[in-house]
Every structure is written in C-alpha cells, then in structure tokens.
Design a protein around this ligand. Structure first.
Ligand SMILES: *[C@@H]1O[C@H](CO)[C@@H](O)[C@H](O)[C@H]1NC(C)=O
Ligand SMILES: *[C@@H]1O[C@H](CO)[C@@H](O)[C@H](O)[C@H]1NC(C)=O
Ligand SMILES: *[C@@H]1O[C@H](CO)[C@@H](O)[C@H](O)[C@H]1NC(C)=O
Length: 767
C-alpha cells in the first residue's frame, strides 16, 4: 500500500527535475550504473582488473569514481554517470553491459505495520552439524544486542568463515559473537543516489534502524529465548528455525530503499565471506534473468553451493504477481498459522463479529460508542481510507471510525483517527483482502474485520440513524482452524517470465509472525510511537522467506553434501497441500481451496524434508541447458552466468525437460475462434530422480483434482533404486482436449516406496 505513494512521489520528483534541467539546458544528472565487463577480453597491458576497470571508466567519464567493484555477482563495477557517458562507456571494448540501477523494496505488507502470530513448527532435533552452517541475510541490518542473538550454546565460529563485523555508527567488532558472526553495510549506491546518510536519523553501519532485518534474521536463526511476547500477546519461547546456525547481516536496505548496486555488493561479499544460505526478503519487478541483479547474484551463489531463498512478493491476490522466479532460487509465498488475536465487535443491534487486533492499551468503555464511516466524515474523495489529516474532527470526535484498507499503512490510519479525536477504529476489508485478518499494535483501540462482516457492519451504519458499536480485545487464541490458509497478499503464479516453471515453490508462515525487533523504533515504526519492544508481530512474504532459509540451514547441516537444488527439492516434495481432513489448503482471499499457483508444492514440512527419499537434483550445467531452452544468446547467457556457452544449434533444448520438482503445463488454445481442431494435444515432460535414502522400489500415482481435463501418463510406472545417489529418469505425457482460454486445472504426481511420498504439483493453464 506504501508503494503507489512512493512511486507517485518519485514521479513528481522526476518531473520536477526534468523541468529544472530543460530550463537550464544543463548536462543531465548522474545516475548509478552497474557495468559488467568481459573478463576474458582484458588487454594484456593491464596488470589487474581494477586498473582495467578504472581505465575503461575514465575513458568515458574522466571524473567518475568507482562505487563498488564486483567479483562474484558480476565481473565489473558500479559508478555514477550521465546518460551520455553511460552510452559512451557501453561502446568501449570489453564492456558487456551498462545497466541503470534500480530500487527494490522489502517484502513486508507495509513497512510500519504489525500483525500477530506465532509459529507451530515442530521442534527439530538440534544437530551439531547445524552449527557449521552460516546464513547470510540481506536486509536492513541487525540490532546486535537482541536477546535472540545470544551465543550461550555455541562453539567457536567455523574456521572457514571470512566475514567480520564492520565498524560504523554505534557498531563495531565487539557487537558480534558466536551467533551473529558478521555484520556489514553497503551504502555507497544509496548515498550516491540520495545524498550522505544523516547519522541522526539513520546509523551508517549494520545497525538496524527499521526492525525488518532483525525480524528476518531472528526468524531464520534466532537462539532460544524464554518468555518472549509483544505486550503479552503471542507469549512463549521465541526461537528461530535453525537455533544452532550462525548468522551474518548484510545491510543493503536503508530507510530510503534498497539499491541494486548495494544489493550486488552485499551478495558479492556474502559469497566471498562463505555463507551457506542466503536469505533475501527483497524484490523488484519481474525482468529477464540477465537483467535482474538478484537472479544474477543468486546464480553465482548457487554455483558455489549456496542455497538462495527469497520472498515471492506481496502482490497478491491477483494472478501473475510474483517476483524472484529464477529456477535456481527458492521462491517462498506466505500462509497463516494456527494462532489469532481475536477482537469482537458488537453492533447496537446485538450482532457480534470476530475481528483481530494486537491493541494492548486501555480498553474502550463497556458502553456502546457511536460509529461513523470515515467516508462520511471527511472532505477528501478518498476519505474512507483515513489518510493523514483527512478526517473532520467534529464528525469523528469520541466515535469509533470505520476505515477501509489500502492507500496507507494500517497503523498510520489508526494514528490519523487518533489525531482527529476518534475513540477507536474498525479497519474493514474490501474484496481484494477477503477474510484476511491482520493484527496490528495500534496506537488506539482498533480491530480489523473480514470482508463479509465488513459489508454487514457498513450497511448497518448506513441505514441506522444512531449506529453504535463496542470492541472487546481477547488476547491470543491458539489452535485456530483451518490453518494454514494462503495469505491474500502472497504473490501468485502463473510465472509470467517462464510459464513452464511453476512458482512460488512453496509457502511458509508469513502472517502475524513474532520475532526480534530493533531498539530504534516502536512496533508501529511510526515516529510518534514511543513504545519499545524487543519482539514484534508483522506479516509479509518477507517473514515466510527466512523461515525457509532457516529450514534450509537445518537440511544443509543434516546433509552437507546436498546441492541447493536437492535441498529445495526435499522441501518441496514433502510439502503438504491439504489439511488432515483431506481438504485442499484454503485461500483466504476467496475462502475457496487454493491452487499450486498460490502455494506451489504446498506448505513446508521440515521434519519430512529431512528424509525425502528421492530428490530432483540440478547442477550448473542443467541451468545452462535451461538458458539454451529459453533461446538466450551466448551474450545473454554470459550476462546471467558469467560463463561462455554456445548452445548447440543442432540440439533440441526444452524447458519441459528441466529437472524441476514441480510441473507447469501451459496449453495454447490457438485453434481458437471458428474451426479449430479438436484433436487432442500431447506434451511430454521428463524428469530425473536421485535416491537419497535406502534402496527401494518407488511406484507412481497421479491424482487429479476436480474433473480431469488432461490425461496424464507416467512412464515407467515403477523405479527401482539399488544404491544411494542412483539416478532414474521418467517421462509424463499430458494429453489435453480443447479448453476455453483462461481455464486452469491441477493434478499431482507422487512417487512412493510405502514410506516416503515424493510429491509434485502439476498446474495446467490454457492461454
Ligand atoms: C565498540 O563499541 C562499544 C559500545 O558502543 C564501545 O564501548 C567500544 O569502545 C567500541 N570499541 C571500539 C574498539 O571501538
Ligand atoms: C455515507 O457513505 C456511504 C458510502 O459512500 C453512502 O452510501 C452514504 O449515503 C453516506 N451517508 C451519508 C449520510 O452521507
Ligand atoms: C526457442 O526456439 C525454438 C525454435 O525456434 C522454439 O520452438 C521454442 O518455442 C523457443 N523457446 C522459447 C522458450 O521461446
């Protein structure tokens, strides 16, 4: 909800700039560019790459300075150039590409926002090997004094570790310990774009002034802390997923955003330092793999055996809203858990609705208060959104105000109502948010309400001469069912970039998550919020991503020899997509069963993932073949992978045969209007399974949901594995009859030896 405002501001800023400059006819302003160089074409005259970079740069712009040099993510550097200089540089020898920097965002539903939750994940056996695993978190930094970062049960830092704790504002090497083993910051791109950091408002160091970074880091690998809660809510023992793993913070996101030159530098350094898992709850818009810095950086990371876990984005519930879809990345969507923070809203008629809230201050009076719809108490045409300064004091004073979601952070709406003299707030959902109940630590008594109850509430308020209501807060409720349900905000497939790869890969807890918080700001993140909390409850795919990063660290500890693809496969093929009663996991946005476009392979099940039986493995060569199947040129492949590859023009490369643990099968309805042929269309996908368990015979089974629209045949039906790491291939053919464009259908293929169930979702779509 924050995004549209930001981009509007940005647009205004750009417009203002362009007017000024066209008036002055001045040289265009400089921007940050990331330059990829062709390592192999360095002239022999240069003794090292840095002098070559510098000489190339100076030939196009005598005054330009290098911001960062990159070693792993790209062979190259970033710098500030005018568009003319960038153009000139792009034509110099040895330059592969000159790409303008982009701004990325954190994947919380909105930055200063809170929801409420705890997690129900089974405690896993702590493995001594886990303490050799290092998780790097690219985010807003870390609050190093946090209780969750104690290192009481940990041995010495792994000898292979090359990172350290950088000195900066309020932070130096004494702030790291055997849990937090590294903390670095990358601000050159940010400062080049927005000016020097003001140490009064923001620490120029890895210290977290926002809270997001401390939250994701402690979710992935926080130590065990008893008696954690937010104002007594969600109370209990707080712990990250991999309590024995080590963490390193790479601060690349600042109060003004995350810039790609800094992100690239962070990934580069994390690879150099020796992380095993890289967690990035960050994303930008979807673009070709060879242009996307997260995809490019992750490719190098993957090729070094580092598992990269990212958030799917908070663009749901609309279809095709994913970011971070590269097949060498693990893409994580968000679901709810079984904990709620109920608040009951009782109308003057006596009717009561269940809502949710993390409000913890003085309760409202027991007698009913007048209720007003914000849209009826504002001069603004969007008064119902309760934006700042939009409410008429005389109309809201002493009343409970009904505000609609959207347009501004939820806690900011609460503040707007409070400042206008309102007594309380009911935050109502429209259709897009459905029945999703987000809980917030509001500054005034407030609760959120699902769409159906919201409609009833509003029609009561619109039709009654003197409408009244009460709000009662009921703390924490456990064992809420059904759970998980897919969060409305969680970004959805289909994959707009590569439709034959299903994304997201899986879902994990991302709604109302309790984890560590910064000491710099209160739980709402609002400047007026003077409260201090060590734990906060927030939501987003930003929160689900570090759950999977931590679980991947557990798997890496248990199976150090597994590749990133094998670890992801284990997490995916053991994920569940139905409740114990057999019903498919629900989508909170619709109240209907969700689909693999929403949850991928399903909800993560870490205990099952430790022993998956079989995995779909993939190595660097498989990914290079994938690029050939996309018809990338050698040049594009080089940009994405830094490798010189020529695809064999005589060979047939197919995305259908890329060894992914799930299936996305788009059918064309080209026959279309008029006399299209009704002849059945068959497509064939092939896969290879690797045995990571005991010898055994696995049998295939196929389950279609609803009425089958596609005939599915697995060949062979049985695979016998005699040895560990033995590989066996199979094919699946899908035969479809004509379907109208826009149709979707789903199925599942499962291999089982009686003990393990190796499941893959299949998503059909007709375009
Ligand atoms: C590191 O920071 C701590 C706490 O802020 C301070 O007491 C200490 O003197 C600093 N150490 C160094 C070497 O700067
Ligand atoms: C209040 O707002 C609603 C929705 O915009 C509208 O239907 C209704 O007529 C308004 N009521 C008054 C009294 O203005
Ligand atoms: C790549 O090119 C081949 C041959 O022209 C074509 O059949 C195939 O659909 C293309 N693949 C993609 C992903 O565009």
């Amino acid at each position: 909800m924050k995004l549209p405002i930001c981009s509007t501001l940005l647009l205004l800023l750009l417009l203002t700039l362009s007017i000024t400059y066209s008036k002055a006819q001045a040289q265009q302003p400089k921007k940050t560019y990331i330059i990829h160089m062709d390592k192999s074409s360095m002239p022999a005259a240069f003794s090292d790459h840095l002098t070559w970079f510098d000489s190339s740069l100076k030939s196009a712009s005598p005054s330009a300075e290098i911001l960062y040099t990159y070693k792993h993510v790209a062979h190259g550097f970033s710098t500030r150039l005018t568009p003319q200089e960038a153009h000139a540089l792009a034509n110099k020898p040895g330059i592969l590409s000159v790409t303008p920097e982009l701004k990325y965002t954190l994947h919380t539903t909105r930055t200063p926002q809170f929801l409420g939750l705890s997690k129900s994940t089974t405690l896993l056996p702590a493995s001594a090997q886990q303490s050799h695993v290092i998780i790097g978190i690219l985010d807003t930094g870390v609050w190093p004094e946090h209780r969750s970062l104690h290192d009481a049960s940990l041995g010495p830092v792994p000898a292979s570790w090359k990172g350290h704790c950088e000195t900066g504002d309020n932070m130096n090497s004494t702030h790291c310990n055997k849990k937090l083993i590294g903390a670095r910051f990358f601000s050159r791109g940010y400062e080049a774009a927005l000016g020097p950091i003001d140490s009064k408002t923001e620490s120029k160091s890895a210290r977290d002034d926002d809270g997001h970074g401390t939250h994701t880091l402690t979710t992935a690998a926080g130590s065990v802390v008893p008696e954690a809660s937010l104002f007594g809510l969600a109370s209990g023992t707080a712990r990250g997923m991999a309590t024995q793993a080590r963490v390193a913070a790479y601060k690349v996101c600042w109060l003004g955003g995350c810039f790609t030159s800094d992100i690239a530098a962070g990934i580069d350094r994390a690879i150099e330092d020796g992380v095993d898992v890289l967690s990035m709850s960050i994303g930008g818009s979807l673009m070709e793999y060879y242009r996307d810095i997260i995809a490019i950086g992750s490719f190098t990371a993957m090729s070094r055996g580092i598992l990269v876990s990212t958030s799917a984005g908070n663009g749901g519930p609309s279809p095709g809203t994913l970011s971070n879809v590269a097949p060498w990345i693990t893409t994580v969507g968000a679901g709810t858990i079984d904990r709620d923070f109920p608040a009951y809203i009782t109308l003057g008629t006596g009717k009561t609705f269940a809502g949710a809230s993390l409000y913890s201050g003085k309760p409202l009076s027991d007698s009913p208060l007048p209720v007003v719809y914000a849209g009826n108490a504002s001069k603004s045409s969007v008064g119902y959104l309760c934006l700042q300064d939009s409410l008429i004091r005389e109309k809201v004073s002493g009343k409970i105000v009904i505000c609609e979601r959207g347009g501004s952070p939820r806690v900011e709406k609460g503040l707007a109502v409070k400042l206008a003299g309102g007594a309380g707030m009911i935050l109502v959902n429209n259709e897009a948010f459905g029945e999703e109940l987000v809980s917030d630590a509001h500054l005034l008594p407030a609760a959120s309400l699902g769409q159906k109850s919201s409609e009833v509430l509003k029609s009561y308020v619109f039709s009654s001469p003197n409408p009244t209501a009460k709000i009662a807060f009921r703390g924490t409720e456990l064992d809420v069912q059904p759970s998980p349900v897919v969060a409305a905000f969680s970004s959805r497939g289909p994959n707009a970039l590569t439709p034959k790869i299903l994304k997201p890969d899986l879902i994990a807890p991302g709604v109302n998550i309790l984890a560590g918080w910064t000491g710099a700001v209160g739980p709402t993140g609002l400047t007026v919020d003077q409260r201090h909390v060590s734990f906060n409850i927030i939501s987003g795919t930003s929160m689900s991503c570090p759950h999977v990063s931590g679980l991947a660290a557990i798997l890496k500890g248990a199976h150090p020899q597994w590749s990133p693809a094998a670890i992801r496969s284990a997490l995916m093929t053991t994920a569940y997509s139905s409740y114990k009663n057999g019903e498919t996991i629900h989508d909170v946005a619709t109240g209907q069963p969700a689909t693999p476009f929403d949850y991928g392979a399903g909800h993560v099940d870490p205990v099952a993932a430790l022993d998956p039986g079989l995995v779909y493995d993939a190595n660097v060569d498989d990914y290079l073949t994938f690029f050939c199947a996309l018809n990338y040129t050698s040049f594009q492949i080089k940009l994405a992978t830094r490798r010189d590859i020529a695809c064999d023009p005589k060979k047939v490369y197919r995305v259908e045969d890329f060894n992914y643990p799930s299936f996305a099968v788009p059918f064309e309805t080209a026959s279309g209007i008029g006399g299209g042929s009704d002849a059945a269309k068959t497509v064939k996908y092939s896969r290879v399974l690797t045995n990571v368990g005991a010898p055994g015979t696995y049998k295939a089974s196929v389950v279609s949901s609803g009425s089958p629209k596609v005939k599915i045949v697995v060949e062979p039906q049985e695979l016998r594995f005699a040895e560990l790491y033995e590989k066996k291939g199979y094919t699946v053919s899908f035969t479809s009859t004509s379907m109208p464009s826009g149709t979707t259908s789903f199925a599942r293929v499962e291999w089982t030896d009686g003990k393990h169930r190796v499941g893959s979702p299949i998503a059909f779509s007709w375009t």
